[in-house]
Design a protein around this ligand. Structure first.
Ligand code: PHE
Length: 358
């Protein structure tokens, strides 16, 4: 006769020793499966006398039930242990800093604007701003464009629908209206640059309806054209990161400056690569001049006491020149491949100490 206690002990030891669900299942089959040791014991009941059966039946049953319970408890324990191990191995420390995966980039126009601001800030200029939607007064009249004057036709202006009084606001055609706002807001001296968006109804490979300008304005009792030329020369050398830039000041016309000039810089187009400061080509980069006495009068400054100079240049054009970007329209196409190629790292903040573009 099988020693029930010994058999139970043996099976329970095997259950305890199982290290995974597969080996536990092998123990279960070997004990209470169809051909298992406990099942074999159960079969012996049939051949027993009624008295023996009455005595052994409950014993065998409780043996089988006890083993089944032990197996299922062990199964739960193994399952929990496996889950704990998996959770431990997949643990994430949410307090760790994010990995420096470069996502997104700084648009070349933003980068170049920051470079321009860094250069002029170093020369003592503050940044001024104004609205994109302007009144006719700030965009034209105060800048000495008389009503009906043909100079207004020079700008392909976007007009807004007229208000109750019939006045049409405009999308500013240049950053010059902020000259007026600056001079009306405070007493001289003024020394500001004004970067911002500007709009003209024009679109081809070198024009987009929205583009960017940076305006410069200096007003004081002693400002003069020599200072204007010096500031622009310092700017070009710093911006293009070259030792010297030869500049040509050509006479020109703007209603709000007198005299007015356009400035070309010497450059080299040969060999497919653009080099600034050498070669035989000239490229126009800005318009400038001494603030017209009428403009000073329009903001209540006495032209016999104060004089000023101003310039305006296209930021998009400067960005194209410096970073070899061939088509202006790509700036505004929002093509991710283009942005990844020409964009700048968010941590690459322009400053004069470490070099603007390094
Ligand atoms: N506002 C002029 C333009 O958009 C540029 C300019 C600014 C010229 C300041 C002279 C002085 O063309």
């Amino acid at each position: 006769m099988t020693d029930i206690k010994a058999l139970e002990q043996e099976i329970r030891t095997a259950i305890e020793a199982a290290t995974d669900e597969a080996s536990l299942d092998a123990v279960r089959v070997g004990a209470i499966g169809k051909k298992g040791s406990v099942s074999a014991l159960m079969k012996t009941l049939g051949k027993m006398s009624p008295e023996e059966r009455q005595q052994n039946g409950p014993l065998f049953n409780s043996l089988r039930d006890g083993i089944a319970t032990a197996v299922s408890a062990k199964k739960d324990a193994l399952h929990n242990a496996a889950l704990d191990a998996r959770l431990a191995s997949e643990k994430v420390d949410v307090t760790l800093p994010t990995r420096p995966l470069p996502q997104g980039s700084i648009h070349p126009i933003t980068q170049v604007t920051d470079e321009i601001i860094a250069i002029f800030a170093d020369m003592g200029f503050a940044v001024a701003e104004g609205p994109d939607i302007e009144t006719d007064f700030y965009n034209f009249t105060a800048l000495n464009f008389p009503e009906g004057h043909p100079a207004r036709e020079m700008h392909d202006t976007f007009y807004m629908t007229p208000d109750e009084e019939g006045a049409k606001k405009v999308l500013r055609t240049h950053t010059s209206p902020v000259q007026i706002r600056t001079m009306m807001a405070a007493e001289p001296p003024h020394r500001v640059i004004i970067p911002g968006r500007t709009y003209r109804c024009d679109s081809d490979q070198t024009h987009t309806p929205m583009f960017h300008q940076v305006e410069g304005l200096a007003v004081d009792k002693s400002t003069n054209m020599g200072e204007l030329k010096w500031v622009l020369e310092q700017f070009c050398k710093a911006f293009f990161e070259v030792e010297a830039v030869e500049m040509k000041f050509r006479p020109s016309y703007f209603p709000f400056t007198e005299p007015s000039m356009e400035v070309d810089i010497r450059c080299d187009h040969s060999g497919g690569e653009l080099k600034i400061g050498e070669g035989d080509d000239w490229m126009e980069i800005l318009g400038c001049g001494m603030v017209h006495p009428n403009v000073l009068r329009n903001v209540n400054l006495d032209p016999d006491i104060y004089q000023g100079w101003a310039f305006g240049m296209g930021i998009d054009r400067l960005a194209m020149l410096k970073y070899g970007i061939p088509d202006l329209r790509d700036f505004f196409a929002a093509d991710l491949r283009w942005l990844r190629h020409y964009g700048f790292s968010a941590l690459d903040m322009p400053n004069l100490a470490t070099g603007l573009s390094r």
